[in-house]
Design a protein around this ligand. Sequence first.
Ligand code: HEC
Ligand code: HEC
Length: 458
Amino acid sequence: MRRTLFIAAAVVLVLAAGAGAVLSGLIGAGPAGAALRATLGVHGGDEGVRAGPEHRWTEAERGMIASLSIDRLPPLPPDPSNSFGDDPAAVALGHMLFFDSGLSPDGTVACSSCHVPELYFTDGKVRANVRGADTPRHTPTIVGIGYSDWYYWDGRRDSQWAQALAPQEAAIEHGGNRMAHARYVLDSYLEEYEALFGPAPDLSDDSRFPSSAAPVEDETVRAAWEGMTSEDQGIVNRVFANIGKSIAAYSRQILPGRSRFDDYAAAVVANDGGLMVELFSAEEAAGLRLFIGEGQCTDCHNGPLFTNGTFHNIGLPLPEGENFDQGRSLGTFLVVDDAFNCLGPFSDAGSEDCVELRFIKMEGEELVGAFKVPGLRNTADTAPYMHNGIFPDLDAVIRHYNHAPPAFPGHSDLVPLALTVEQSDALKAFLMTLSAEPDAPSELLKSPEVLEGSGSSG
Ligand code: HEC
Ligand code: HEC
């Protein structure tokens, strides 16, 4: 053990000296080189070492830092349950639908009402609220969400298209119903729909297809749905699923962009001390060290999206007067029950593609009060935080990790960190280096109406 440590230390020294040599070669020894060195905050010849101890990383740390870099993000894998997921025509239709408030009975709510492009596709609110009542949870970003196996804080959906159906029928979100939305889309986007999905069904017979119908809470709308034959329900469900598949095709295109951290990670990989100093302050580097070390953040926030994609209970305080939120322990039942899941009749996947759902972990103490680990890219720009929006800023988040109170019920997966004020500030400074504009064709980051400069979306 001692011996390994000694060798590791020697390797770091050699690597550090190597970087210094490369950098000296690049910058040069003359006055111009000195001026540049001063701007970069680099002094002397052995920059790798002189860059300061904050920028010296062990081989293991370098591996961990590299694993967080966006350079390691694989291309977005196809979604086998959505054959239209990467079809440009579906992207175009989904783009219009995402911003179209016609998918709500009073024409006031679209996906973009809560997933606001300018706010990194969040809404800046504690809980989403578009109809005078709070939704039970805080609006997460959708940037890079196409990489997920599970959707929603409790993972109650298993694809992005199945997820996209739910808000349309939630009374305090879009407030609509699948029958009305199928009609609306076939009226407003018939050409686009048929080009993708083939001949549209004829929904004109009112005795078979009432104007509003869906398995929702509203009794009239539900009764209308239950009065339909299962065959006719299937026809409407098919159109509804296709609406979801188009919206998902659009929203999965929105990926995280390259942040200052990613440039720093590249400098660490290249062992370029001068570049490290240029990119990160000593405080930010100290924060990164805490993030991957003493802070144990990478136990859960790991990989290029800073999430392990699983569910954890971190013992969050309950907002006053509220009931305990079951989180994942309920989400498992909901996703298995969902008619639009990977194994359902509207999925394009074979059962061999539905490994996550088939082998879902349904029971266990660790699922109680557990929520999906959110990615942390752009976290500085997406306050407030957590599934219940309980923390207004990153200071409050870090205070929570410092204290890590026990959870009730369930049990918290955290241990109190008790970081000093200085360390907490450093951790926050690091988190702020993860910001970048989303990576998507710029026209996809705006409403198509704004693009056309006209009031019509089709
Ligand atoms: C009223 C605000 C509101 C509207 C409208 C809305 N959302 Fe959301 N969205 C939320 C909230 C709140 C959550 C988290 C809910 C939960 O986890 O229980 C969420 C979650 C999501 C997620 C899951 C993200 C993750 O981390 O798993 C996606 C994807 C998403 N919404 C896309 C959409 C799409 C597409 C639409 C339009 C069809 C839409 N949303 C409409 C508020 C909204
Ligand atoms: C045991 C797993 C685990 C560890 C360790 C962990 N987190 Fe988290 N983190 C989570 C989960 C789960 C959530 C969401 C919890 C919820 O909403 O109920 C979260 C949420 C967050 C959020 C809020 C993001 C948002 O969009 O709402 C931030 C910021 C964050 N963590 C930073 C950190 C930092 C910094 C560390 C290290 C000090 C850390 N986390 C350690 C699991 C973890």
